[in-house]
Design a protein around this ligand. Sequence first.
Ligand code: NAP
Length: 294
Amino acid sequence: MTKIIDGKATSAAIKAEIARETAGIVAAGHAAPHLVAILVGHDGGSETYVANKVKACEVCGFRSTLIRMEDSVSQEELLAEVSRLNADDSVDGFIVQLPLPRHINEQAVVEAIDPSKDVDGFHPVNVGRQAIGLPCFHSATPMGIVELLKRNGIETSGKHVVIVGRSNIVGKPLAAMMMQKAEGANATVTVCHSATPNIAQITRTADILVAALGRPGFITADMVADGAVIVDVGTTRVPDSTRPKGFRLSGDVDFETVAPKCSAITPVPGGVGPMTIVSLMINTLAAAKRRRGI
Ligand code: NAP
C-alpha cells in the first residue's frame, strides 16, 4: 500500500518539540526567539505564506513581527530596513518574503541580510557553507524535504535521487544537501531542468523523485518506477470555481495515476509546504540559541 507522507503531522510534531525547547529557554530567563518578516505589496500567495509563518511562531512560542511595505517602496528604503534589522539586537532572524516587485533587485536585498540572521538560508555565505557541508542556515524547502524523509523512515543513503527543477531555492540547494556525506543524505543525485532531453528516462531510474518545477501534473505514471518515493514540491494555484477562494493548489505530480505505483508520496497540500515553514522555525530557534550563547 502506498504511504502518504503527512507533512502536516510531521511538522506539528516538530513544532511541539520547538515549543517545549522554547519554553525551557524562556523559563531560564532568556527572551523568546524573535522572527521578523518583511512583506512587500499584497500578493495573495505571499500574504498566505507570511500569515502561516506568523501563526507557526505563535505555536512555537516565538515573538514575531510583520513589517509591511507597499509595492511602491524603493530598493533604497527596503535596504535601509534590512540594515536596521541587521543592527537590531532584539531580532534573531528575519526574512524578506519573495518575490519582490520588479523594480527591486532581489539578489541585492538577499545579499544585504546579515548571514547570521538569514534564517531563509538564501545568502551566498549560507548557500556556500551548505554546499561544502559546513554548519549554516539551510534553505527552508530543501531542509524540510530532508527532515520529512528522515522522520518518515525513508532511507536516502546510496539511493538515486532525481530532482526535476534547478531553482536557487529548491532544486540546487536540495541537490547540495542530498549529496552530502551525512545522515539523511548520502544519495547519488541527478538534477533535470528544461534543457534535459528524455526526462522520463531519467526519472524512471529514481529511487526518490523530487518534482520542483511548477508545472501541474507534469510527472505522470509512465515517468515513475514501481515502488519509488515521490516528493511533490509544486504548488501552483489553478483556477477552480468550486473552491471558496476560486483556486486550488496543484502539485507537479499527477497524484491519481502516480500514487498507486509508488511506495510513498507527499500530497499537495499537506506535504512539503508545512515542512518549509517548520524549517524556518528550526533556523530561528538555532539563531536565537547562538545569540544567547545556549
Ligand atoms: P522556478 O524558480 O520557476 O524553477 C523551476 C525549475 O523547473 C527551473 O529549474 C526550470 O528549468 C525547471 N522546469 C520548468 N519547466 C520544466 C520542464 N518542462 N521540464 C523540465 N524542467 C522544467 O520554481 P521554484 O521556485 O523552484 O518552484 C517550483 C515549484 O515549487 C512551484 O510550484 C513553487 O510554487 C513550488 N514551491 C513550493 C514550496 C513549498 O514550500 N511547498 C517552496 C518553494 C517552491 P530551467 O532552470 O531550465 O528554467
